[in-house]
Design a protein around this ligand. Structure first.
Ligand code: KIV
Length: 257
């Protein structure tokens, strides 16, 4: 097991795990100091490419973004989302996970759960690959946003799913938009780490999309807290640049050869 993974697991019941997404070196090199895990999420499809969902994200696009992110990561565990069509069976999953790892030197991969891919996770783990699971709202397999865990049937299904992913060998599971009570049950019943997004403070750690918390994505549902308004900062800078260019205040002598 990777040292970084051991360190993350040792935080269970002691220190919350801090995770964020990154799609580029520029963001990765700033957030790395503050994160335990950086995820190259396939949310890049919505956030950067304006796609309506993540279903058409390709392996090559994930690899390109991860190569950029890797340049800015010194200490965090670097995990990469496997696109939906890349882990349909054990053979494809292993071939594609190895391709991601070999081409990017990331630490591991994340697979969304469709209640069926436990044997795929087991296969990757047996091959020595670090795997993160993902349950609750799993955008690769669902068409409509919805919070899960509100009924006893759903609660039991989620707990069962989380336990199967743990048994398959994943080191951690993202719980996306699961009720606070069910998140607590799952977190208490598992030895591996739960990372919440929209799933309350009852998880072992938290993850959010960096562009959302910095005010760059225009997507701010209830589970997001905005920590900065970078859109405003960029606008101010660009306004000033425009005004300098129009008034011939830029470039100055010191900017000129
Ligand atoms: O794609 C992504 O960014 C994710 C996180 C939101 C967990 O899966």
């Amino acid at each position: 097991m990777l040292k970084k993974v051991q360190k993350i697991l040792s935080k269970k019941k002691r220190t919350p795990i801090v995770c964020l997404t990154s799609y580029s070196k520029a963001f990765a090199q700033v957030i790395d100091k503050y994160c335990d895990i950086i995820l190259v999420g396939d949310s890049v499809a919505n956030v950067l490419y304006g796609m309506k969902d993540t279903k058409n994200m390709t392996l090559d696009m994930m690899i390109k973004h991860t190569q950029s992110v890797k340049l800015g990561v010194k200490k965090s565990l670097l995990i990469v989302d496997m696109p939906r069509n890349t882990y349909k069976n054990k053979t494809d999953a292993l071939k594609n996970a190895k391709k991601i790892i070999n081409k990017t030197r990331c630490d591991g991969v994340k697979l969304e759960s469709n209640y069926k891919n436990y044997n795929i996770i087991r296969h990757l783990v047996k091959a020595g690959i670090t795997v993160m699971g993902h349950i609750g709202f799993t955008p690769q397999f669902k068409n409509r946003f919805r919070v899960s865990g509100n009924t006893t049937t759903e609660k039991n299904k989620l707990i069962n799913e989380a336990k199967k992913i743990e048994k398959a060998g994943a080191f951690s599971i993202v719980l996306e938009c699961i009720t606070a009570n069910v998140s607590k049950e799952i977190t208490n019943q598992l030895k591996i780490s739960t990372i919440g997004i929209g799933s309350s403070v009852n998880c072992d750690g938290q993850i959010l999309v960096t562009d959302d918390i910095l005010g760059l994505s225009g997507f701010y549902p209830k589970f997001i807290k905005k920590y900065a308004n970078l859109d405003k900062v960029i606008e101010k800078g660009v306004q000033k640049y425009k005004s300098d260019v129009l008034k011939r205040r830029f470039p100055k002598k010191k900017n000129t050869y």
